[in-house]
Design a protein around this ligand. Structure first.
Ligand SMILES: *[C@@H]1O[C@H](CO)[C@@H](O)[C@H](O)[C@H]1NC(C)=O
Ligand SMILES: *[C@@H]1O[C@H](CO)[C@@H](O)[C@H](O)[C@H]1NC(C)=O
Ligand SMILES: *[C@@H]1O[C@H](CO)[C@@H](O)[C@H](O)[C@H]1NC(C)=O
Length: 279
């Protein structure tokens, strides 16, 4: 999700200032420096062109940068977090001592891979019907990364790193042709059996392209939904009972029991006497 690289707009701006300022004009050309984010306060950014006998100051106090009045060296005053800046291009105006002339200084804050990719929700629940044929797929949200460009998400790197020991699932990554973004699907390979494994906890990992690579994780809790794939089974294949010939009508003779491995209404059992054998 990074911002476009700052340098992209620079050439046209530079051209514009050349057009507006005839050669030999008093104003100094803009000086451009670069500094990496997350460096300690006091990091040297660059040194402006100075003239002998002049002193220099920033046109106004700046929270991130200061200038050495005599040497013209620009340093950071604080640790800069690029992701918290309104823009990674910071423009400063430096004023000289008498005679006062302003010069423009532009600082480009360069991205470090200081953020890991993150998923919108770190943990989600999805449902697959049991025995789903191979190839049924559900879309998953992809990750984003506060860092830009080469430190952004590597969308080709999604992998299931835990919970898929039986190999029932795989990921289908469809990369956007632009290279930015992707569609991510969780695909069932079929053979899901709720009675054997009612839930799975999959861990999906993604990396960014930075150095060192940072990782983000998504926990996918899969609930396997029941289908009526099991018949009721009696506790015995044959029940035997004796009845005294003088037993009263309605006397209990025998109790049978069956069980069904399915759940909910798929496990409801109704009994019926089909016929009487052995008479
Ligand atoms: C400014 O730079 C000069 C020359 O490098 C140095 O002697 C001086 O201590 C610096 N001043 C400050 C306030 O850092
Ligand atoms: C997924 O399962 C884990 C472990 O039981 C649990 O901590 C987490 O809250 C579940 N996620 C959701 C979204 O229910
Ligand atoms: C991956 O998903 C895309 C988009 O839904 C689909 O067109 C493609 O056939 C799937 N590929 C595989 C190997 O499942």
């Amino acid at each position: 999700m990074g911002r476009p690289p700052a340098a992209r707009g620079a050439p046209s701006l530079f051209l514009l200032s050349l057009l507006l300022l005839p050669l030999g004009a008093a104003a100094e050309p803009r000086q451009v420096f670069q500094v990496l984010e997350e460096q300690p306060p006091g990091t040297w950014v660059g040194t402006i062109a100075t003239r002998p006998g002049f002193t220099y100051r920033l046109s106004e106090h700046h929270a991130l940068f200061s200038i050495n009045a005599t040497s013209g060296a620009l340093h950071t005053r604080a640790t800069i977090d690029r992701e918290s800046l309104a823009s990674d291009v910071v423009d400063l105006v430096v004023l000289s001592s008498q005679p006062t002339y302003p010069s423009e200084v532009r600082v480009l804050v360069l991205d470090l891979n200081d953020n890991a990719p993150v998923f919108p929700d770190p943990s989600i629940v999805v449902t697959f019907k049991e025995d789903t044929g191979s190839g049924r797929q559900l879309i998953l949200d992809t990750a984003t990364d506060a860092d830009s460009g080469t430190n952004g998400v590597d969308h080709s790197s999604y992998r299931i790193v835990a919970g898929n020991e039986e190999g029932c699932f795989r990921l289908n990554i469809t990369l956007n042709p632009s290279g930015e973004g992707a569609f991510l699907h969780l695909v069932s390979r079929g053979g899901l059996d709720r009675e054997a494994t009612p839930t799975y906890q999959l861990l999906v990992q993604v990396e960014d392209k930075g150095e060192p690579r940072r990782r983000g994780y998504l926990q996918v809790n899969v609930t396997v939904q029941d289908i009526n794939d099991n018949p009721p089974i009696f506790s015995q294949t044959l029940y035997q009972a004796r009845v005294p010939e003088d037993a009263p009508v309605g006397a209990s003779v025998l109790q049978v029991a069956a069980a069904d491995a399915d759940e909910g209404t798929n496990a409801d059992i109704r009994y019926r006497l089909e016929g009487v054998l052995g008479l």
